[in-house]
Design a protein around this ligand. Sequence first.
Ligand code: ADP
Ligand code: S3P
Ligand code: MG
Length: 189
Amino acid sequence: MMGSGKTTVGKIIAEVLGYSFFDSDKLVEQSVGIPSVAEIFQVHSEAFFRDNESEVLRDLSSMHRLIVATGGGAVIRPINWSYMRKGLTIWLDVPLDALARRIAAVGTASRPLLHQESGDPYAKAYAKLTALFEQRMDSYANADARVSLENIALKQGHNDVNVLTPSAIAIEALLKMESFLTEKAMVRN
Ligand SMILES: Nc1ncnc2c1ncn2[C@@H]1O[C@H](COP(=O)(O)OP(=O)(O)O)[C@@H](O)[C@H]1O
Ligand SMILES: O=C(O)C1=C[C@@H](OP(=O)(O)O)[C@@H](O)[C@H](O)C1
Ligand SMILES: [Mg+2]
C-alpha cells in the first residue's frame, strides 16, 4: 500500500544484497518526462500512468540482481504479476492507521489518489486507504511473502508498529525471502 515503506525498505534491502535498486514511480517519471507522479495524473490520467507503470515493470522483469519498489497500485493489473513473478514478490503489510499517520506527516501532495484540499489529513487519508485496501487486499495476498509489521512488533515485544525502524523491517523481509526460497528448493528436491 502507499506509504508502507517500499521505497525506504527496498533501498536498504538492495544495499544489503549488493543489488541495484529501482523505484518504478521514478522510472515512470523519467520515461514520461514529467517530474512527479502527481503531475502525470494531472496532465494525463491514472490510466496513462498505469500503462507506463506496466511498461516499466515489463522492462525491469528481464533484469537480474535488482530490488524493485513498485507503486502500491501495481498489483491491480494482472499483466503486472506476470512481470513481477520473474522475481520474488513481497507484500509489506502495514496497519492502515500507521499508513495514514505517515502519509499525514509527509502530506498527500505526492500521492494523487489520497490528495485532498481540506479536512483533517489523517482522517481523510485513513478513509481513502481503507477503501483502496478493500479493493486490493486479495491482490496483495498474491505475493510470495508477506512482511507484517504487526508480527514483527509482536516478535520484538512491542505493541506499537510505529517504533519499528526501516532496518528492522528490511531484516524481516530478508528472512522471509530466505524462507520462501528454502521452501521452494525443498519442494523441487
Ligand atoms: N519504518 C518506518 N517508520 C516510520 N516511517 C517510515 C518507515 N518506513 C517509511 N517511513 C516513512 O513513510 C513515508 C512513506 O515511505 P515510502 O518508503 O515512500 O513508502 P512507499 O514507497 O511504500 O509509498 C516516508 O515519509 C518514509 O520516510
Ligand atoms: O497505490 C497507488 O495506486 C499508487 C501508489 C504510489 O506509489 P507508492 O506506493 O510508492 O506511494 C504511486 O504509484 C501512485 O501515486 C499510485
Ligand atoms: Mg514508493
